[in-house]
Design a protein around this ligand. Structure first.
Ligand code: ADP
Ligand code: MG
Length: 696
């Protein structure tokens, strides 16, 4: 079918109606929860690259990021060696010739036969005596196809998931924008709120976010979408709070003198004494647990502040009443680790059973003995009845409130809920956006901890750094994490990892390090695509010091606790948000020894101000704030905020002005809100509530 003169299509059409869309693509989009054109338009870019500057071939200059177009003169595939080939395509216009170079993408040659007209975008480099480009984006101009989708404009970058590439998503979204009347889409946000807070209309927002003409477009679109998130979250939190207060617990727990004694003995038996904050938090929790109304408390504490032991005290108290605890973790690796920790803590309490539930088994709660059941977030879905469950602990949850909303649907009594997070949340914001939660904060770190020394290391010192790490491991018996930003060249299940750079793939990197750099040490590999049992084995080995080096992706980001590891080296550090780097760095500095964090970048000095700030700052809250301010000051092309452990996709909790506006709007709105009167708002709330928890 020709794309010219197609009648405008309905925004509710199924995605299979987009021309040249394979059924497997439709299936993948479905996995993302995208079914209709309208759904697709709500999949927003994570960042942008500016390819607006176009140039005649004869006028390009080294270092310039530019779009060029021309006719193909010659297109050749050079097979260099196994698994390595170079594609060279020469294009020309009336002013000159330019060589475009790709690596390991032989299909490029098929796409660019002589005489084809192509546009390519990237940075001009000097190679030998001539200028070349290694295009980041390109497009072949064909009659009837959309032009200027991947080049010649501010190009949106989409998070790549389930094998959907940013390029494919960009193509489909551009097609939908060109072929639907999205401009008369109804705005779900009531008009008066929109105008009072000076927010862009929804349809204009959709255009501006996917096809911005300039930076201003992006800024106003993001402001509107951020408001949407904050407003929805706020209403949802208020509704949860109202309903939560009407609930009661399965059985009220009591603190008898005998139980007090048990707990004291338990605390004395710990290998350390609790910090002041840990004691305070525990007292808050203990008070909550004795109430008739279920607890809904957030325990916030920076990485390494010792949240786990507070959680185990809570589960101990619950077990002493004959009730079980569900302990939910974001990853299986972490679940295994927590199960081991609890096993050790409860060694002298054989009457409490610790169970690890993996993705293949389901929770069995029919025992006589109270249990602490540890598993991933899927745990709650596999729990049929909460009859014997006194407490649910949620460690490092990606989305707040999911479990709570599920529990509100229960007919009878419900368990207490304790949520733990290392995400820095300013107190005032927590009390507004997460208004459904009470909050305890661990301000102080366990004593005797040194701050982790952090350095931004230039690539020229790489060999020296390796030698130093080897020396440290040799003489101090310490262990090292080496973090790579992604698994393999084309695996980009991560918002921040989609462009081709010099990032080292973890798999290849582990091999290289073992063979060429650290032959005398034992190198292990951990990444998200390993089977659960394989991850397990690797983690066990690292914990038991049967491995010296763990090469890993960001799966180590959350919660992993191996105190003997005191060195962390991060590759492609500029790819990460500061909050994420902080999480990663939190894996070291877990005992009284001096720890080190070495940051390597894949593209030199460009982001070093940010990284230097990181190197000298240890406060997670300040780091998160810094990242937000940078984005706020127009750094829209920079590192995307990682979806990991971030509560919001578009908005930032450090945007105090917008948070306050959303709060006021939500309070006012709730006074008159009814799902019947505001069906679109009701639908958005529903969508927020059905958002699945991200899987490991
Ligand atoms: P997080 O808050 O990041 O989840 P963890 O609970 O994993 O932190 O605790 C980090 C480390 O600190 C663990 O090895 C734990 O045993 C230890 N720890 C916890 N509390 C204390 C304390 N009061 N004194 C000394 N070490 C502690
Ligand atoms: Mg933890």
């Amino acid at each position: 079918m020709s794309n010219y003169n197609v009648a405008m299509m309905d925004i509710h059409s199924p995605l299979s109606l987009i021309p040249n869309t394979h059924t497997s693509t439709v299936a993948k989009l479905k996995k993302l929860g995208l079914h209709t054109f309208q759904d697709l338009l709500s999949y927003f870019p994570v960042r942008y690259v500016d390819y607006r500057l176009t140039s005649k071939i004869g006028q390009v200059q080294a270092g310039e990021t530019v779009t060029v177009s021309g006719r193909v003169k010659e297109s050749k595939n050079h097979h260099v060696r196994r698994n390595f080939s170079i594609q060279k395509v020469t294009i020309f216009d009336e002013t000159g010739e330019l060589e475009l170079t790709w690596f390991n993408q032989p299909y490029i040659v098929r796409m660019t036969p002589p005489n084809a007209v192509i546009a390519a975008a990237g940075t001009i480099e000097r190679q030998g005596g001539s200028l070349i480009m290694k295009p980041i984006e390109y497009e072949v101009q064909k009659p009837g196809s959309l032009q200027g989708v991947h080049t010649g404009r501010i190009v949106p970058i989409y998070a790549q998931r389930f094998g959907l590439t940013s390029r494919l998503l960009r193509e489909k979204i551009a097609w939908v924008l060109a072929h639907t009347r999205y401009d008369n889409m109804i705005d779900w946000l009531p008009d008066d709120i929109r105008s009072r807070h000076n927010l862009l209309e929804y349809s204009k927002t959709i255009r501006a976010i996917h096809a911005p003409k300039n930076d201003h477009d992006i800024a106003v679109a993001r402001r509107r979408l951020s408001f949407d998130e904050l407003f929805t979250l706020h209403i949802s939190a208020l509704v949860v709070r109202q309903n939560w207060q009407k609930k009661s617990v399965i059985r009220q727990l009591v603190l008898t003198p005998a139980i007090t004694k048990h707990i004291e003995t338990f605390v004395h038996g710990l290998p350390f004494s609790l910090t002041k904050s840990q004691k305070d938090a525990w007292l808050h929790i203990l008070r909550d647990l004795q109430k008739q109304s279920p607890m809904n408390r957030l325990l916030q504490g920076d990485v390494g502040s010792g949240k786990t032991v507070v959680a185990s005290l809570a589960s101990f108290f619950v077990a002493l009443q004959g009730l079980s605890t569900l302990f939910m973790c974001p990853t299986e690796v972490l679940a295994k680790q927590h199960a081991d920790t609890l096993q050790r803590l409860f060694e002298n309490h054989k009457d409490i059973s610790i169970k690890l539930v993996t993705s293949r088994s389901t929770a069995m709660l029919n025992d006589q003995k109270p249990s602490i059941i540890v598993g991933t977030h899927a745990l709650i879905a596999s729990t049929r009845s909460f009859e014997n469950v006194g407490l649910i602990i949620i460690d490092e949850q990606h989305r707040f409130g999911v479990v709570q909303r599920g529990l509100l649907k229960e007919k009878g009594g419900i368990p207490h809920v304790l949520t733990m997070t290392a995400t820095p949340i300013p107190r005032t914001v927590a009390l507004t956006i997460f208004g459904d939660l009470d909050m305890s904060v661990l301000y102080d770190k366990p004593s005797g901890r040194k701050t982790t020394k952090t350095y931004v290391v230039p690539d020229t010192k790489r060999e020296k750094a390796y030698a130093w790490i080897a020396m440290m491991m040799q003489t101090h018996g310490t262990q090292t994490y080496i973090v790579c930003p992604r698994i393999e060249q084309n695996d980009t299940d991560d918002a921040s990892a989609e462009t081709v750079g010099s990032m080292r793939a973890a798999v290849a990197e582990a091999k290289r390090l073992q063979e060429n750099v650290f032959p005398q040490f034992r190198v292990g590999l951990l990444h998200g695509k390993l089977k659960a049992s394989e991850k397990d084995t690797v983690m066990q080995k690292f914990t038991k010091r049967e491995l010296d080096i763990l090469v890993t992706t960001t799966v180590v980001e959350v919660g992993i606790d191996v105190p003997n590891a005191t060195i962390m080296m991060i590759e492609g550090a500029e790819r990460f948000g500061l909050a994420q780097l902080h999480q990663l760095r939190g894996r070291v500095g877990r005992n009284e020894k001096q720890s080190y964090c070495l940051l390597f970048t894949s593209d030199g000095v460009k982001h070093s101000a940010r990284l230097h700030f990181f190197a000298k700052t240890t406060d997670g809250m300040r780091l998160a704030e810094y990242d937000f301010k940078q984005r706020g000051s127009g750094d829209i092309y920079g590192t995307a905020q990682s979806g990991h452990s971030s509560v919001l996709q578009m908005a930032s909790i450090f945007d105090y002005e917008l948070v306050a506006r959303a709060k006021d709007a939500a309070y006012d709105f709730l006074k008159e809100y009814s799902p019947l009167k505001h069906p679109l708002v009701a639908k958005r709330l529903e969508k927020l509530q059905s958002n699945r928890v991200t899987k490991d």
